[in-house]
Ligand binder design. Structure first.
Ligand SMILES: NC(=O)c1ccc[n+]([C@@H]2O[C@H](COP(=O)([O-])OP(=O)(O)OC[C@H]3O[C@@H](n4cnc5c(N)ncnc54)[C@H](OP(=O)(O)O)[C@@H]3O)[C@@H](O)[C@H]2O)c1
Length: 297
């Protein structure tokens, strides 16, 4: 399927992209870097060290002459359309796309570039953030979960023996939806402008559980096998978290950037509607998140 030494590209060298690029570079599999902003190199910092990935980050898709075997995509879900010229130029018949993004719709979103069986969705488990000096601060051990498919094996091979561990899940759908439910509830922080401390309020706890009940019904209709205990587990995790723990959608809101509201929250309303499931909580919060992101006003 994929060669032992595949040619690798990374589109979107931000927090997650820099982490994966650094993990690959450290073992001699340096990816070609493509982004919106030019950089001479990428710096990753973590407890106990740092890695500099040689660039440059190229910014003109017209410069691409050849397809590659493997493309990691780590732009935000709001930036996929703008990144499409990179994908068209990098993808050929053999190319596998590994999507490093939140959400449960990666296969559909990228199937116009390569055949659907060559799109490898992932669940990204590690927090990383971009710093003022353009370096990326990796705040935990990097780990990805992929579905158990032939194309995913190529990604596993590419990341073998790197600091980014990869596990393959037979029931990827359930794992991806569980992570989505967690992200959906985290979106409530945008509406209050507060961090995780807010979940210790009884009214927010109550609302979160009501929202999760709705999300869970949609997740199950979409094929996820998740028990009722998931609702309590997710809320309790937020209640136990440090009061000042944020979420990337809140950071984006506070910085006035577009929000990944559609892939983190809108998706539950859309899937619910398509399956005739009532989504009263989504019907209230999704328009507010959309307006916070996109205006007008
Ligand atoms: N960060 C986390 O801890 C974390 C954890 C789990 C999941 N995720 C998910 O991972 C995904 C990536 O998040 P992130 O935090 O890494 O985002 P990010 O730091 O904002 O990185 C996005 C990167 O894409 C680049 N970009 C934007 N438009 C582009 C275009 N048209 N062509 C090429 N590159 C483009 C950005 O360039 P500029 O430098 O010009 O902005 C930036 O380098 C998101 O779906 C996020 O929800 C993130």
């Amino acid at each position: 399927m994929m060669l032992d030494a595949p040619t690798i590209a990374l589109v979107g060298p931000g927090a997650i992209g820099t982490t994966v690029a650094a993990a690959l570079h450290e073992v001699g599999r340096t990816p070609a870097l493509f982004g919106r902003t030019a950089h001479a190199y990428l710096d990753l910092r973590f407890d106990g060290g740092q890695i500099r990935v040689p660039g440059p980050v190229r910014t003109n898709p017209a410069d691409i002459e050849k397809n590659v075997d493997l493309v990691f995509v780590a732009v935000k879900t709001t930036q996929v359309n703008a990144a499409s010229t990179w994908l068209s130029a990098l993808c050929g018949e053999r190319t596998v796309i590994c999507v490093l993004q939140n959400g449960v719709e990666q296969k559909d979103q990228f199937a116009s570039y390569v055949s659907e069986d060559r799109v490898v969705p992932s669940v990204v488990w590690f927090p990383a953030q971009r710093e003022a000096d353009d370096s990326v601060w990796l705040r935990a051990t990097p780990r990805l979960t992929l579905p158990d498919t032939l194309a995913a094996q190529g990604v596993v091979t590419a990341l073998r023996d790197t600091r980014c561990s990869v596990d393959v899940a037979a029931d990827f759908t359930s794992i991806a939806w569980r992570k989505l439910l967690q992200n959906a509830v985290a979106g409530l922080m945008v509406l209050s402008g507060r961090r995780a401390g807010m979940y210790s309020r009884a009214d927010i706890e109550h609302m979160s559980l009501a929202y999760l009940k709705e999300c869970l019904e949609v997740a199950r209709a979409e094929g996820a096998t998740l028990g009722d205990e998931v609702m309590r587990e997710i809320v309790d995790k937020f209640r136990r978290a440090p009061d000042d723990l944020g979420t990337s959608i809140l950071a984006d809101r506070q910085a006035g950037r577009p929000l990944e509201w559609d892939t983190r929250n809108g998706v539950i309303q859309r899937c619910g509607r398509a399956r005739g499931i009532a989504t009263p909580v989504s019907d209230l919060i999704v328009p507010l998140l959309a307006a916070a992101s996109d205006g007008p006003g």
